[in-house]
Design a protein around this ligand. Structure first.
Ligand code: XMP
Length: 517
């Protein structure tokens, strides 16, 4: 792992919505990078010895009281720096230039004119050719700091990009990390490869090899447990640990009785098939018993979380001497960024195995803690996981319990499972499965009147939810074609006993959430 990290780029975050996108672009160029808050100390930066530093954008203005700053010493470390938007204004401000409130905010597409290649624009056409870039700023640079020159301009930014005359310090007013900046990748790659001298060594094949060696060295002949959910993160975690230590990994798969139709069987068959040492616990009865009469969403979540931990502890006790817990934590959960993180973390208590390591005195193994979701999927490909598992939609820990509004009973679970299975089937056959972030059915706690044949019915309502999203922090409802919706409704009402009405949820997040509870 160490070798791959030698080419590290640091991204200092000033609160931009697109900081994570910068990181993804860098990783796509096969260079390892880390996001840290802007307040990271100079000593720590020196210790990390990055090959380059990127200063992100952010909502502040450099003259605001308490505006986020970096010490001027940062620019004297001799490490290449690229400031983006606020990062560029801050660079100009600290280096003695003048930043002014723009007459009007420049937001959206703009045409960039490159006047000089200045390393970061190498290979790109110069004036009079123009390039589409994406702007999002209020302030602009009015007086250049000493020793800097402007290398590009745009309609309302005479200094759309700048460079230091001698030092490897650059700034761009626009956002190279967003797709609307057509030349964004070229600029980032020029910075990484020409300015910082990085090599493209970060790839998922070597990541897996390095992760396996790391785990082997750390664990030795001790034992590791892992909680499997059937989702891609926990499965990839288990596969990597398994490759490292084989039979000394014991994976625990708890069937809480709240899974989708056929899911427990499918997950178990796959896990056994690839030779994992899986400890299967059928705890459906226990969970249902504890959920009896509980309708309040947070109570449901708490109960399921507690019961899961209890079962996990019991099983671990039965297994005996265990020293480590392997978890599928991903990089977005680790980043201590100042960015807007979305309200979901506090609005719902997400159920995971947090809390377990302390109680059980286990050390954590988190092989994916440096990876983004798309990178985990690449690792999954490397490990030859079937596509069906790799691209499986996210499924919440508390399972169908939070998709059954009101009491969770066997009967209601069975109705939802059937309806949900139809949603899955139709979304797959119509080619929408890979296009949506998540799709599922929800059972409502009401009954409505209908007519079937000549009979009056008084039965349940199913809602269908399908959303598009990049990271589940925000989401919009998917514009599924009417014919797909029509088939869904028709099949659910005809095939699922006890349902006589189907609705489609057209709420975005925020203000709604993806799950209903
Ligand atoms: P919400 O409903 O907060 O969901 O918009 C955002 C994403 O998180 C999933 N989700 C969960 N995942 N444990 C999980 O592992 C949970 O308790 C949980 N609750 C919601 C949800 O399916 C969506 O993808």
């Amino acid at each position: 792992m160490k070798d791959m990290h030698r080419e590290r780029i640091l991204i200092l975050d000033f609160g931009s919505q697109t900081t994570q996108l910068i990181a993804r672009r860098v990783r796509e160029a096969k260079v390892y990078c880390e996001i840290h808050p802007f307040s990271l100390g100079l000593d720590e930066i020196r210790k990390m010895a990055p090959k380059g530093i990127i200063l992100s954008g952010g909502p502040a203005s450099v003259y605001d009281q308490g505006a986020p700053k970096v010490p001027s010493g940062l620019f004297r470390l001799g490490i290449p720096i690229l400031g983006i938007c606020y990062g560029m204004q801050l660079t100009a401000h600290i280096m003695g230039g003048q930043v002014e409130k723009g007459v009007r905010r420049e937001f959206g597409p703009a045409r960039l004119v490159i006047e000089e290649h200045g390393e970061i624009f190498q290979g790109l056409a110069q004036a009079p050719v123009t390039h589409q870039v994406w702007m999002s700023h209020g302030d602009r640079i009015d007086v250049m700091p000493e020793d800097f020159v402007a290398v590009a301009s745009s309609g309302s930014s005479p200094v759309a990009a700048m460079r230091h005359k001698r030092l490897p310090i650059f700034g761009v007013q626009f956002h190279p990390e967003v797709v609307h900046t057509e030349i964004g990748d070229d600029i980032i790659r020029n910075f990484l490869f020409r300015v910082c001298g990085c090599r493209p060594v970060w790839d998922m094949g070597s990541f897996v090899t390095a992760a396996i060696e790391d785990i082997r060295a750390r664990v030795g002949s001790k034992r590791v447990i892992c909680a499997l959910s059937g989702g891609v993160d926990s499965t990839v975690t288990a596969l990597i640990v398994n490759k490292a230590i084989g039979g000394n990994l014991i994976s625990i798969f708890v069937n809480n009785g709240l899974l989708r139709k056929g899911e427990a069987e499918a997950v178990l068959a796959f896990l056994n098939g690839i030779g994992l040492n899986v400890h299967y616990v059928d705890a459906a009865k226990r969970f249902l018993e504890r959920l009896k009469g509980v309708a309040e969403p947070e109570r449901k979540r708490k109960i399921i979380g507690e019961e899961f931990i209890r079962i996990f502890e019991e099983e671990a006790g039965r297994i005996g001497q265990v020293s480590f817990l392997a978890q599928g934590t991903l990089y977005p959960d680790v980043i201590e960024s100042v960015s807007f993180k979305g309200p979901s973390a506090v609005i719902k208590s997400h159920h995971n195995v947090g809390g377990l390591p302390e109680v059980m005195r286990l050390e954590l193994i988190e092989p994916l803690r440096e990876l983004f979701k798309d990178e985990v999927r690449k690792v999954a490909h490397e490990l030859k996981m079937p596509d069906e598992l790799i691209y499986r939609h996210p499924f919440p820990g508390p399972g169908l319990a939070i998709r059954i509004l009101g009491d969770v009973t066997e009967e209601r679970l069975s109705i939802l499972r059937e309806a949900d299975a139809i949603v899955m089937e139709e979304i797959k056959t119509s080619g929408w499965y890979r296009k949506v972030w998540q799709a599922f059915a929800v059972l409502l706690p009401i009954r409505t009147v209908g007519v079937m044949g000549d009979e009056r019915t008084y039965e349940h309502v199913v809602a269908i939810r399908a959303v598009d999203s990049l990271d589940a922090m925000t989401a919009d409802w998917t514009r599924l074609p009417y014919n797909v919706l029509a088939r869904l409704s028709n099949r659910i009402i005809n095939e699922v006993r006890g349902v006589n009405r189907v609705c489609f949820d057209i709420s975005s997040k925020p203000p709604a959430t993806i799950e209903w509870e």
